[in-house]
Design a protein around this ligand. Structure first.
Ligand code: DSN
Length: 402
């Protein structure tokens, strides 16, 4: 259908012509895209390598086996399941593998930086499990001491760490120790920081975590999908059975092939270099905004939070819409203790993984922060901002050439 291809061309143009600052997005390589769009999508392969419910799976087995081996190597884990269709499916499978319905889980709430699947009232996780949240201190970091006290008091069955809008390094060793003391499973959802972990810029959840879930498309720069890792033979058996036949049917082998390619790419020395630049660019942008007087969080990762209400007197929703008019794509995000609703919010979450893939320099990361600040404080017009955005975009690699 011609219309669909016209829309893909328009979306390609939009991605090429803008500055992508959504912290959970990235730009995949040609090889990742080729595998995702390959004939592997034609094949049914319910089951696991060597144990399929369909014939003709010998090449597919090798592809999925390669993805499993590379995932294990990349994250230094003993076992991997590469079939979850998404991060949310991975979390659903992980919970169901080690918990009974109604068990108590201890997580960070969505508005403090967690994720919908970490027990949001509108998500399956709060309907299937008894959810309690730990919280952040005033400086925005996890209150580990309070986390320990709650876990001991409630005898939580599972403690979850790994977040969607948390700009600091997570002390996995400390939470792992608390989980052991309590007798809880320690689950890590490393979706946002998987690339940082692979690149050596965030400590690994292993050997502390019992079960680790992730998406593959954020800082890891793979196709849209999920994975589950563990060092426990008992847990991987449960995960495999819960994934198929428990929750999913035929695995998306085209996406699994693309996942394998992205794990291979993340094992190359260039990926470490890339992640280093992501962290540096993010830091420079957040420092620039603070130096200009904006209320931006500090950062040790690929993202930070900008309080647009305090900085510019506008909600996150309005800031997102305004920035879109100058081709800077962001997302409104709840801030810790936000009094606005999730579809309004008091600020933005800004991330530099995607633009850094296209070659953004530190100088231009600082310039991006200045444009955001000056435009949202009405110091420059839309036309002036656009000229400066275009100047940066002109220095970036085209997304189809990556
Ligand atoms: N929706 C994703 C994000 O933007 O962080 C998490 O799944």
């Amino acid at each position: 259908m011609e219309k669909l291809f016209e829309l893909v061309a328009l979306e390609t143009k939009r991605q090429n012509e803008g500055l992508e600052l959504i912290a959970s997005e990235n730009f995949t390589s040609k090889k990742v895209r080729a595998l995702a769009g390959s004939v592997l999508t034609n094949k049914y392969a319910e089951g696991y390598p060597g144990r399929r419910y369909y014939g003709g799976c010998h090449y597919i087995d090798e592809i999925e086996g390669t993805a499993i081996e590379l995932a294990k190597k990349l994250f230094n884990a003993k076992y991997a399941n590469v079939q979850p269709h998404s991060g949310s499916s991975a979390n659903m499978i992980a919970y169901a593998s080690v918990l009974e319905l109604g068990d108590s889980i201890l997580t960070l709430s969505l508005d403090e930086g967690g994720h919908l699947t970490h027990g949001s009232p509108v998500n399956f996780s709060s309907k299937h499990y008894k959810v309690t949240h730990y919280g952040l201190k005033d400086d925005g970091t996890i209150d580990y001491e309070a986390l320990r006290e709650i876990a001991l008091k409630l005898k939580s069955k599972l403690i979850l760490a790994g977040f969607s809008a948390y700009p600091f390094i997570i002390d996995f060793a400390r939470i792992g120790k608390i989980a052991k003391e309590v007798g809880a499973y320690f689950m890590v959802d490393m979706a946002h920081i998987a690339g940082l972990i692979a690149g050596g810029y965030h400590p690994s959840p292993f050997p502390y975590a019992d079960i680790v879930t992730s998406t593959t498309h954020k800082t890891l720069r793979g196709p849209r999908g999920g994975i589950i890792l563990t060092n426990s033979e008992e847990i991987i058996k449960k995960v495999n059975f819960t994934c198929f036949p428990g929750m999913q049917g035929g695995p998306l082998e085209n996406i699994i092939g693309a996942k394998a390619q992205s794990f291979y790419e993340a094992l190359q020395p260039e990926f470490k270099e890339y992640i280093k630049r992501v962290v540096e660019n993010t830091k420079v942008a957040s420092e620039t905004l603070r130096a200009l007087g904006a209320e931006a969080s500090e950062t040790e990762t690929h993202l930070f939070l900008l309080n647009t209400k305090k900085s510019y007197g506008i909600t996150g929703k309005d800031a997102e819409a305004l920035l879109e008019t100058i081709k800077i794509t962001t997302n409104k995000n709840m801030l810790p203790k936000d009094d606005e609703r999730p579809n309004t919010t008091s600020g933005l979450r800004l991330g530099f993984a995607a633009v850094t893939t296209r070659g953004l320099t530190e100088v231009n990361a600082a310039e991006t922060a200045r444009i955001i600040h000056e435009f949202l404080s009405k110091k420059i017009t839309k036309e002036e901002a656009m000229i400066r955005v275009n100047k940066i975009v002109d220095t970036l690699q085209a997304i189809d050439s990556l």
